[in-house]
Design a binder for this molecule. Structure first.
Ligand SMILES: [Zn+2]
Length: 346
């Protein structure tokens, strides 16, 4: 995501990030460029990366494009996938005013369903108008799934949701872990989950992503209104989904589709996502009988916490192979391996 410090809003910064990753990342990578109100020239130059991210509503960081004319300009010039954080800024500002008190349980009311629906609707209209590929990030509402289902036949729109939106729900999560359950768009009431799962199963939602945002415990310990939104998710995503297979809610083939095949296809990633002759050997070996409890102390992220701390899951990755090299095997990392920047077909 581009809302880092500094934010990734120029090709130069994108190159810097790729350069950093080439030195540090154990896995393969690509980064979004972030849209701003005045970086059209940079957006035009986008070439070999996963795409552009637009924050239609303000979230963590200072990236925000809430002006309709500028949004239209961005859609007209961008030739990569346009990925949107779909929350309507005006609706957020209105909702914020009506929320009183400092309880984290207010978070879904401060960033209501209408904000998400309004922004998703606007983004879909722009994608159709300019015939552009649109990807809706971290989908969180039943209403958006219904709306997107009606527009699937355009062939222009894909979407993703996260394990936390599928498995955690309001108000329980805020009562249990407060700010550590706070992200944007919010973890919402349970009724949304049924439709998110249905959307995944019928192909309205294409893949599982994590919106990995590893804010530190110190940052998260601030009161409501000051604590940043966002939670880590990369390390726990696969076991959480495999646990749903163990619970017989979904099939193993679904997980492969949502976490390997579909992401590779929707971003046009070269030689990845499938076990095929000539494809890169990026393989995760899982043990469907392994049971383990997710714990803060086992998190590799510098943030050192997870919203799923204490949850026992059945089905775990045991070996990870990147470009033919074993980078993780039975709890041991091989820190000598480096991933590569992934490539895209146009
Ligand atoms: Zn976002």
């Amino acid at each position: 995501m581009p809302n880092t410090n500094p934010s990734t809003t120029t090709i130069e910064r994108l190159n810097d990030k790729n350069n950093d990753a080439s030195k540090k990342s154990l896995v393969n990578y690509s980064f979004f460029l972030g849209a701003t109100k005045d970086n059209l020239d940079e957006i035009k130059k986008l070439n070999n990366n996963c795409g552009l991210k637009i924050f239609m509503g303000s979230s963590t960081g200072d990236l925000l494009v809430d002006d309709d004319d500028i949004l239209a300009d961005i859609f007209s010039v961008c030739n990569k996938i346009i990925a949107v954080h779909a929350e309507d800024e005006k609706t957020l500002k209105e909702a914020e005013k009506s929320v009183t008190g400092d309880s984290f349980t207010n978070h879904p009311d401060a960033r209501p369903v209408e904000a998400a629906v309004k922004a998703t609707t606007k983004a879909v209209e722009l994608a159709i108008k300019f015939n552009k590929r649109l990807h809706i990030l971290h989908l969180s509402t039943a209403e958006e799934v219904e709306f997107l289902r009606k527009h699937k036949s355009t062939g222009l729109i894909t979407a993703e949701t996260t394990p936390q939106h599928l498995l955690l729900y309001s108000p329980d999560i805020y009562n249990e872990i407060g700010s550590f359950g706070q992200m944007n768009p919010p973890i919402r009431e349970k009724y949304h989950q049924k439709e998110l799962w249905a959307g995944l199963k019928d192909g309205t939602i294409n893949c599982i992503a994590t919106d990995h945002a590893p804010h530190t415990i110190e940052e998260k310990n601030k009161p409501y209104g000051q604590a940043p939104s966002g939670m880590p998710g990369v390390q726990t995503s696969l076991t959480l989904m495999l646990n749903e297979v163990s619970n017989e809610a979904i099939n193993l083939e679904d997980v492969v589709k949502w976490m390997c095949e579909n992401p590779a296809e929707l971003y046009n990633i070269k030689n990845k996502g499938f076990l095929r002759t000539g494809y890169d050997a990026d393989i995760t070996i899982v043990d469907m009988n392994k049971e383990n409890t997710i714990m803060n102390k086992d998190m590799y992220s510098k943030c050192g916490w997870t919203a799923f701390d204490g949850k026992t899951t059945k089905g775990w990755p045991i070996t990870t192979i990147v470009n033919g090299n074993i980078v993780y095997d039975n709890n041991k990392l091989n820190l000598d391996i480096r991933g590569k920047e992934v490539e895209f077909s146009s």
